[in-house]
Design a protein around this ligand. Structure first.
Ligand SMILES: Cc1cc2nc3c(=O)[nH]c(=O)nc-3n(C[C@H](O)[C@H](O)[C@H](O)COP(=O)(O)O)c2cc1C
Length: 173
């Protein structure tokens, strides 16, 4: 699929069919994620693949009741390894680069999923400590996004975007 077609065609999907997502496809999503750019090529990302209904249900709770998370048969939780980034880049690595790097990986997952006919939603609204406890995430690793992955059961229209004239600044802000 053409890159621009994927960028413009992807939507946040919040309703999923019950069909299983094959492990081979999940592996391809992770492979796409790890080809994202990262500061100093430190690759501070970690991925937790969740299929167990009980854990998915607890993720719904951590995510303030966003029930579509458990509708998807697979959930990928993308985490930032702060320790890894801070070893290379100190405070800037820990507070900025590791979040930027994982965000790029998340975007890759979403675009690759779309190219395979899958829907995803970047869920960022969740109680972090609760998610960490549920997923047994160690100290120094931050869950950044919960991404339900599944076959879409809806075709939402595009959300509006701010016009180019409003967001571009020439020469100075
Ligand atoms: C950092 C971040 C956090 C988000 N958190 C949530 C969320 O908790 N729940 C949700 O339904 N969508 C969430 N979204 C998805 C946005 O609502 C969505 O991307 C935006 O409305 C644009 O729609 P589109 O993705 O269909 O283009 C999040 C997106 C980002 C980038």
């Amino acid at each position: 699929m053409d890159v621009l077609e994927a960028i413009k065609g992807r939507r946040s999907i919040r309703a999923f069919k019950s069909d299983d997502v094959p492990t081979e496809i999940v592996k391809k999503l992770i492979d796409a994620a790890r080809w994202a750019p990262s500061a100093g090529n430190i690759q501070p990302w970690e991925f937790i693949i969740v299929r167990k209904p009980e854990i998915r249900r607890r993720l719904v709770e951590a995510a303030l009741g966003q029930t579509f998370i458990e509708e998807a048969t697979v959930v990928i939780v993308v985490c930032a390894n702060e320790a890894r980034s801070s070893q290379g880049y100190g405070v800037r690595g820990k507070t900025l680069y590791c979040i930027q790097d994982t965000a790029a990986a998340i975007q890759n997952i979403q675009l690759a999923a779309y190219s395979f006919g899958l829907g995803t939603c970047w869920v960022g609204a969740f109680r972090e400590e609760e998610a960490k406890e549920t997923l047994k995430i160690p100290h120094g690793i931050r869950p950044v996004a919960i991404i339900p992955v599944g076959y879409p059961a809806e075709t939402p229209p595009p959300r509006s975007r701010r016009p180019i004239s409003q967001i571009v600044h020439y020469e100075t802000f």
